[in-house]
Design a protein around this ligand. Structure first.
Ligand SMILES: Cc1cc2nc3c(=O)[nH]c(=O)nc-3n(C[C@H](O)[C@H](O)[C@H](O)COP(=O)(O)OP(=O)(O)OC[C@H]3O[C@@H](n4cnc5c(N)ncnc54)[C@H](O)[C@@H]3O)c2cc1C
Length: 364
């Protein structure tokens, strides 16, 4: 949706073809992290920082705040080995010019900023005050409203079933009819690879399905985004993350199934989330979960997102952290489609890096 809006703002005539309803995909249920501290690669880090910086302007333009705020983010550590890994990681991240990194804090210092962090299992943590949180459903609603207000043509309930080259453009075959376009952007979450396949592009993307739980609105519990570093000693260790939305609901996650597109809320996964999170945050032991959400996202072998050109008039957007990147991705992808280049879109994200023998374009 962000790409469609930016295309329209850039002067393009846009047709959105959506199998379900606008904003009804995985984006509705993201953890709401718009954070830089976990980005493992320099390109990803630069792109996340770009997105964090641009979000306020985008949200102001579409007339919603979507709960966006500078919440800060914590990554909590349970072992000395993790502390040392994190120091190496920071040294690598600091190679990015202008990046100001994150702080190392001990348990007492962590608790001074975020009193809910007090489990003796935590020995230290890293904190980045400039990381942000957003409310994904509100973001989706805001983008969908802006799309309608801009008069972008939207076909909902229109499943794309074929992509056929026609002249110098494309014919998009859908369950509600054909659409002809000079350029096609495939931004279909877990369906990116099958759709790219229809256009003759074999994109080796894996799938990860993830489950996250929410509660009723609670009294203030955490201000920041909180995640505990993966611990190999814990069987079935989930990505132990916690966020409190602007409406007071807690978002508690996340069990990820690598290699699976079978997104289902499972009792066993709910139990794992409860078990591991209440071991660190005892107050969560008895809070009823009111909803479980499960969704699937694509992931390339190298862990980087796919954004870029994939041949004449064909473009791909397949993120793993599509909420965090939505602002920068919308702006840069639209620029790429309209002008043929975008300096702020890392070459490392080119989908053609995954296609043996394919030459990447000169400019992303
Ligand atoms: C549990 C969980 C937590 C997450 N937490 C975070 C987080 O904290 N921060 C973050 O940045 N990211 C997070 N993510 C990832 C993030 O949600 C996704 O990267 C992002 O939503 C992807 O957006 P998208 O628009 O590419 O895909 P989607 O939102 O899935 O949208 C794809 C759309 O394509 C449509 N579509 C599919 N096939 C077709 C077809 N054949 N024809 C027409 N339309 C089609 C779908 O109906 C859907 O509306 C999380 C994901 C999960 C599962």
């Amino acid at each position: 949706m962000s790409i469609a809006l930016h295309l329209k703002w850039g002067g393009a005539r846009v047709q959105l073809v959506e199998a379900g309803t606008l904003g009804g995909g995985c984006s509705q249920l993201g953890g709401g992290w718009v954070a830089a501290q976990g980005r493992r690669n320099q390109s990803q880090l630069a792109f996340a920082l770009d997105s964090i910086g641009y979000y306020p302007e985008l949200l102001a333009r579409i007339g919603t705040d979507a709960g966006f705020r500078r919440a800060g983010s914590f990554l909590l550590l349970e072992t000395e080995e993790q502390v040392s890994q994190r120091r190496t990681f920071l040294a690598d991240q600091m190679r990015l010019p202008g990046y100001d990194g994150f702080e190392f804090l001990d348990l007492k210092q962590l608790g001074e900023i975020e009193p809910a962090i007090r489990s003796p299992r935590i020995i230290a943590g890293t904190y980045r005050a400039k990381d942000c949180a957003i409310d994904p459903p509100a973001l989706c609603d805001g983008l969908a409203s802006a799309i309608r207000a801009e008069g972008i043509a939207v076909a909902e309930g229109a499943r794309v079933e074929g992509l056929v080259r026609s002249g110098s453009g494309w014919t998009v075959r859908s369950t509600v009819g054909d659409f002809v376009a000079d350029a096609v952007v495939i931004a279909a979450g877990p369906q990116v690879a099958p759709l790219a396949g229809m256009a003759g592009l074999d994109l080796p993307l894996n799938l990860i399905s993830g489950q996250i739980m929410t509660t009723e609105p609670q009294a203030p519990y955490v201000k920041a985004l909180v995640v505990v570093m993966h611990n190999h000693a814990i069987p079935d260790c989930p990505a132990r993350d916690l966020r409190q939305g602007a409406d007071g609901r807690l978002w508690i996650g996340t069990v990820n199934h690598h290699g699976s597109g079978d997104a289902k809320v499972r009792r066993g996964d709910t139990d794992i989330i409860r078990r591991e999170m209440s071991a660190l945050f005892p107050e969560l032991a008895d809070i009823p979960f009111t909803h479980g959400y499960a969704g699937t996202r694509p992931l390339a072998e190298d862990g980087l997102p796919c954004y870029g050109a994939a041949g004449d008039g064909l473009f791909i957007a397949a993120p793993m952290s599509g909420i965090a990147e939505a602002a920068a991705a919308g702006r840069t992808m639209a620029e790429l489609v309209i002008t043929g280049t975008s300096a702020a879109l890392p070459q490392a994200f080119s989908p053609l890096r995954l296609v043996p023998g394919a030459a990447r374009g000169t400019g992303q």
